[in-house]
Design a protein around this ligand. Structure first.
Ligand SMILES: Nc1ncnc2c1ncn2[C@@H]1O[C@H](COP(=O)(O)OP(=O)(O)OP(=O)(O)O)[C@@H](O)[C@H]1O
Length: 472
């Protein structure tokens, strides 16, 4: 009886419980498993939200400094790890970086150790005031820190393969761009100074002026004049509305100014400087649409052994000449090729490679050549240009493009010649007396399609001083 009584009371208790909390009919371990799954799922959701928030903040930061007047270009975030943002470097085993389609792994710890040894003497440097170094100034880290509000995210203009660029206001009120170099841990101050000085002394109205540098401890920074109207990539590919402010004439002005800057680097300096990364985002613009070429000399400055530089040397996908891509052999002809691609971009408003375009148009160079060969040159012009160019001006630009991208690097014109070609009113129509050795017995079909007349009216590579001053 008592047993059945006990059973009866326990049954009724169970019934009570079941009626109040029906879940309890499940086994305890099942309940625990369900609870744990719920907790794990909620934590996962929280992490996901946090990550998304972080990424969107990062993207916002990238565009923050583009004033409402400068169009924005959404760029793929290619960096896998944030390498250069923090002024106090954290120890990392290695870092993976993806640039220009290549992935490299760099042993940061080794680099940092080397740098720490080499720059021991520098850590004692304590001057807080900039020092005149002849061609420019040596800035203290403190000054640049103040100028950029502590290298704040709000001061970031953008981020490239060489490092993060900040907008800074110096104590005298002048506005500067401060480039905090990524690859700044493996170079001794002396070596860095020598290279910086070489770049600093190069002055041209179409080159971004280097006004100073900072080398303190492991830090290496370059201080440039601030160019306040964005870069060409933004104006060509950003959202500018139905009509581009870049008229045909403005585009030609930008092309000619860029060609002059490159001609100066190639032919006006001894030793000559090969840019290695001619592309639209490296053409900065002022309010009067004067182009200023940036990033020249940096590949050399950062040393040739570093993996970064190996990657950098590869230039940017879409602009790199075939012979440079295949052999790694570099000369000014590679810049000429890249300039040709840049000019195509200026004419068409299309970026060199775009996988969202139809199959035949993904590669700008191939599409461009095909269009010219089938005599559809007018269709190449950027539809955002309101007033189309004159046929003469268009032919001139198309022909320069084709000459620059000649697969035979020796047949490409020199940058000085390109300046003449773009500036000459009568090019390519003038009956030209070219020296015999300049004549190309096998002009490309595309070039023939642009003009059956003499392709270029040009002087020779050996450039007289008078010519050099013409590019200035
Ligand atoms: N002197 C400057 N004045 C104003 N803006 C600048 C200056 N130098 C660079 N910038 C801007 O900073 C951003 C980053 O420039 P940076 O040259 O480092 O990278 P990038 O040209 O985008 O890429 P890459 O490093 O591959 O050449 C770009 O938006 C560029 O327009």
């Amino acid at each position: 009886m008592s047993v059945s009584g006990d059973n009866g009371s326990s049954n009724s208790l169970q019934q009570k419980l079941n009626s109040k909390i029906p879940f309890l009919s499940l086994k305890l371990y099942v309940l625990i498993a369900i609870l744990l799954t719920c907790v794990a799922f909620v934590s996962f959701l929280i992490c996901l939200c946090l990550c998304m928030n972080k990424n969107s903040r990062k993207r916002k930061m990238r565009v923050k400094h583009s004033s409402g007047l400068i169009p924005l270009v959404s760029k793929e975030i290619v960096e896998i790890k944030d390498l250069g943002r923090n002024v106090n470097f954290e120890k990392q085993e290695s870092k993976v970086e993806k640039l220009g389609g290549e992935i490299v792994v760099v042993n940061v710890e080794a680099e940092q150790k080397k740098s720490e040894e080499e720059s021991d003497d520098l850590s004692t440097k304590s001057s807080d005031v900039s020092v005149d170094v002849g061609w420019g100034r040596w800035y203290s880290l403190r000054e640049l820190d103040m100028a950029t509000h502590g290298f704040a995210e709000e001061s970031v203009i953008g981020e490239g393969g060489y490092g993060v660029v900040y907008r800074g206001v110096l104590q005298d009120g002048s506005v500067v761009a401060v480039k905090n170099l990524l690859n700044n841990k493996g170079q001794a101050e002396k070596e860095f100074k020598v290279e910086v000085e070489a770049i600093g002394k190069v002055r041209h109205k179409n080159l971004v002026g280097l006004i100073g540098y900072c080398a303190e401890g492991a830090q290496r920074m370059l201080v440039y004049e601030y160019v306040d109207n964005g870069n060409l990539e933004q104006w060509l590919h950003g959202d500018v509305g139905a009509v581009s402010p870049l008229t045909w004439d403005i585009r030609m002005k930008i092309a000619i100014g860029t060609a002059k800057a490159l001609a100066y680097l190639h032919e006006g300096l001894e030793p000559k400087v090969v840019h290695r990364d001619v592309k639209s985002s490296n053409i900065l613009l002022d309010r009067k649409w004067n182009p200023k070429v940036s990033d020249f000399g940096l590949a050399k400055l950062l040393g040739s052994e570093a993996s970064y530089v190996t990657t950098r040397v590869m230039g940017t996908f879409g602009y790199v000449s075939p012979e440079y891509a295949s052999t790694g052999m570099l000369n000014e002809g590679s810049d000429v090729y890249s300039f040709g691609v840049l000019l195509m971009e200026i004419v068409t408003g299309k970026s060199p490679i775009d996988y969202s375009r139809p199959a035949g148009e993904m590669n700008l160079v191939d599409w461009f050549k095909g269009m010219v060969a089938s005599r559809r040159g007018e269709e190449l012009v950027d539809p955002l240009i309101e007033v189309p160019p004159s046929p003469r001006s268009l032919k001139r630009a198309l022909l320069v493009c084709l000459r620059c991208i000649d697969l035979d690097a020796h047949k490409r014109p020199k940058m000085g010649q390109i300046v003449h070609m773009l500036e000459a009113d009568d090019f390519p129509f003038r009956a030209e007396h070219r020296p015999t050795q300049d004549k190309d017995p096998h002009p490309s079909h595309e070039a023939e399609a642009v003009s059956t007349k003499v392709p270029y009216p040009i002087k020779h590579a050996g450039v007289a001083n008078a010519e050099r001053s013409r590019w200035r």
